[in-house]
Design a protein around this ligand. Structure first.
Ligand code: ATP
Length: 501
């Protein structure tokens, strides 16, 4: 566990030092749950979004894009169910003023020889069961209770009985008596639109991009560009007033989503479509450098599904802090279009020419957070190794997503002809690729600086380049091989590595 925490600390440190991610409003002490992406972070993030858009919109015939407004007509959120149901169960510790999500706060009665001697509590964490047993044994020792201890069975706080609320210790103080019963907390950020600040002017920052797609269903169908089955894709910011933002950018209050609503006929085999989408998403993660063996599936148990959901499977990733959701793939039936159709009074349906029938399509929704993909890529890519007897930090980011595709180095900086040649190559490359130029310091140090930010290739212009026109040396970040090639070959080489064959 310590090693894993260390890895997250090293990554967070690298992100700040090299300009991937900063705490938001840093000069004012930061703002919990918000982050700013620095010069390199914005490149990595844009590359993720661009790869997704290319693969799911440009390279498919059946999906079109959309960019809806962030603030929708407030009725959208009434119709979608968010005003009433987009809540998390909240529990307060009256003494410490800490707030917890009740479904992430676990507890168990400690029973010795048939008698309850107290309660243990802890927040969701790895190795929770073992930790709970340790706490229970501790309590038994403190009370010097004799007899056999019954197995500790953890439940989450939403399942606590009213009489148990006062007995469960607060994780903040370790003492019982200060935790409130759980209450529903709506996670949507509210704002006012226009000069009046009353209930009629209340609007919401969208907590997901999906509803913008549903409310534009008719507009997109009316453009005549789509045929069932088809999808509408959207990338954009979403906002959730998370009770406990944590694990760096994994759970924040402002984040970005990449969502598709994929519409199929009600007669279609939705389970097969759902399975296909799960496979398609797994393959996409692999294609951008997230290894399959760190991904797993979590199908939601039938009894925990929302009433409209036919099935939801989360794609989980092995983050350093535990296996957590990277993407949700939900089969939502015709719930959303039906709701918006009923509340708006507009027909949100599809006319099937062949069958001469109208119906509301069903939908499969793959929904993934850009920031979680960013973190999954960083934690996969981060390594510390030793090269030529020197320790280095290296981000093994695939060329497609790496912020810089190559760095150009003149071997020395006091030979004008050589420097001019390196600068000209840099200018040529940057018309097609994001590349970096570095003339300062020993060549080994220049390599290390690029290794640390994930630049896959180091291109050195040396004496042979100018004297014999013998091309440049291209050094591979991962296998450290050095290959000589002409400048034309280099352009083709980078194009293939970045954009595929
Ligand atoms: P969780 O259970 O982790 O709160 P969720 O099931 O509520 O997530 P969805 O509503 O399915 O999440 O959102 C789809 C995707 O959006 C998630 O799989 C995740 O990648 C991303 N996402 C959701 N909430 C956040 C957040 N607070 N910060 C960053 N990304 C998020």
């Amino acid at each position: 566990m310590a090693e894993k925490t260390d890895k997250m600390d090293s990554i967070i440190n690298l992100c700040k030092r090299r300009g991937f991610v900063f705490p938001s409003s840093d000069i004012y002490g930061g703002f919990n749950g918000f982050f700013d992406y620095g010069p390199l972070g914005v490149e990595l993030k844009n590359n993720i979004k661009q790869a997704w858009w290319q693969d799911f919109v440009h390279r498919r015939d059946d999906i079109v894009g959309l960019d809806s407004s962030i603030i929708h007509h407030p009725t959208t959120w009434k119709a979608s169910g968010h005003v009433d149901n987009f809540t998390d169960p909240l529990v307060d510790c009256k003494e410490s003023k800490m707030r917890y999500r009740a479904d992430q706060l676990f507890f168990a009665p400690v029973r010795v020889a048939g008698e309850t001697i107290g309660y243990v509590s802890l927040l969701e964490a790895e190795g929770m069961q073992a930790k709970a047993e340790e706490l229970a044994a501790d309590l038994k020792r403190k009370l010097a209770k004799q007899g056999a201890m019954e197995p500790v069975v953890l439940r989450d706080y939403t399942e606590a009985k009213p009489e148990e609320h006062a007995l469960i210790p607060s994780p903040a103080t370790g003492k019982p008596g200060s935790l409130t019963p759980p209450r529903s907390f709506n996670m949507m950020f509210q704002t006012y639109v226009g000069a009046m600040q009353d209930a009629s002017a209340t609007a919401y920052l969208r907590p997901e991009t999906a509803q913008g797609i549903f409310i534009n269903f008719k507009n997109v169908v009316d453009t005549g560009r789509v045929k069932l089955p088809f999808g509408i894709a959207q990338v954009g910011k979403a906002f959730r007033n998370e009770i406990n933002p944590r694990n760096f950018i994994f759970r924040s209050r402002e984040f970005e989503q990449m969502e598709i609503e994929y519409f199929v006929a009600p007669s279609a085999d939705w389970a097969a479509a759902h399975r296909d989408w799960i496979e398609c998403c797994l393959a996409w993660f692999e294609s951008i450098g997230i290894p399959r063996d760190k991904l797993s599936l979590y199908p939601h148990p039938a009894e925990k599904l929302a009433h409209y959901s036919k099935g939801t499977t989360d794609i989980m990733f092995e983050f350093p802090f535990g296996v957590q959701e990277l993407q949700g793939v939900a089969a939502r039936g015709d719930f959303d279009l039906t709701q918006h159709s009923q509340v708006s009074g507009q027909k949100l349906d599809w006319f099937d020419e062949a069958a001469k029938a109208r119906f509301i399509p069903h939908v499969i929704e793959p929904s993934v957070g850009v920031d979680r993909v960013f973190l999954a890529l960083l934690t996969t890519a981060y390594h510390e190794d030793v090269v030529e007897g020197e320790a280095r930090t290296v981000l093994r980011l695939p060329p497609r997503v790496a912020p810089y595709k190559a760095a150009v180095f003149p071997l020395v900086k006091n030979k004008p002809e050589l420097v001019a040649r390196a600068e000209a190559l840099y200018r040529r490359l940057r018309r097609r690729f994001n590349v970096f130029y570095d003339a300062s310091g020993a060549i080994g140090r220049r390599y290390r600086r690029q290794d640390e930010i994930g630049t896959p290739y180091g291109v050195t212009v040396d004496f042979d380049t100018i004297e014999k026109d013998a091309g440049v040396t291209v050094r591979d970040r991962d296998n450290l091989s050095q290959v000589r090639m002409s400048e034309d070959e280099l352009v083709r080489f980078l194009d293939e590595k970045v954009n595929g064959a």
